[in-house]
Ligand binder design. Sequence first.
Ligand code: GMT
Length: 377
Amino acid sequence: MKKLKIGITCYPSVGGSGVVATELGKKLAEKGHSIHFVTTSRPFRLDKMYPNIFFHEVEVNQYSVFKHPPYDLALASKMAEVAKREELDLFHVHYAVPHAICAHLAKQMTGDHLKIVTTLHGTDITVLGHDLSLSNMIKFGIEASDAVTAVSKALADQTYELLHPEKDIQTVYNFIDERIYKKKNVSHLKAEYGIAEDEKVLIHVSNFRQVKRVQDVVKVFARVAKEVKSKLLLVGDGPEMTSVCKLVKELGISENVLFLGKQNHLEELYSLSDVKLLLSQKESFGLVLLEAMACGVPCVAANIGGIPEVVQDGVSGYLCDVGDISAIADKTISLLTDHELHERMSKESVKIAQETFHSAHIVKQYETLYYQLTESG
Ligand code: GMT
């Protein structure tokens, strides 16, 4: 098969969509395709030299005539420039707005042979899709794409319900690099963090946006800590951090909660953890769940959005109603106190991560889609 020249546009800063876009680019490059990232800064996971990967920086200048810097126009212009010069076959963009719209503009400037694949990650539908000033534009971005994927069936269904697009939306799940996300021997880390050998470890990783309901994680932990000798690792940072810190103090659990801020080598933190909590209000997939599962950490998570497609209730972890602190705490305690149950769910988590979400299987789905589009056109 001919190797393809693929442009990728995503938000390059920390966030699940940027992570998935970058890891996909890396895997495709390993398979011999040429990958051109067109983004405002180097994606943070592109942390070394990769043959076949090129980075084209979008510069957004501020002019006094504009109230806001023209990100969308600068991006579309750069996408068209790179597509023409590098003779790209397609652009794979992550997020319908503005990226699918920018790709559409770039296609008009470049020629119809340039195909557009748009992946929906969640916020563009679950939040922006409700904004009447944007919903028509999101729908237009979807229809203007040559192919559209969503990271879960739940997200695809939500998009149909909310925007009624005519376009077929294919579910392609997220994946992780299983060479990185696996259980590691980190026995030294527990002591370094001041965690006793017989203490259980709960972990939550997010960008601390309101939608993540980190306060619920803290409330659940306060109950768990009364029954089980344990510590809570809070990883990440964001707008709710101040309120979360305040709650930890009020509940008198400061000694047992470790605020670790933004971290890079999450596989090491998962490797010392016993349970992962993700209690969000909305979540189209929950990439952090998959990362934890691959490291053998069972998850207790909210029964919403795409989460039930990742965590199998009673098999690899537990699903609970949003905000049901008492039920979530009970399930977490049962998982932490029943060694056999924990062992079984830990093994199931690894198995599901490797079988359903294996990178080779997911990357192949994208590759097949690219070939269908480029050969048909
Ligand atoms: O969850 C966030 O706030 C970040 C957001 C993003 O744009 O990176 O995550 C979304 O995309 C991830 C990758 O597909 C998914 O794993 C997250 O579930 C999704 N977030 C939401 O739906 C809230």
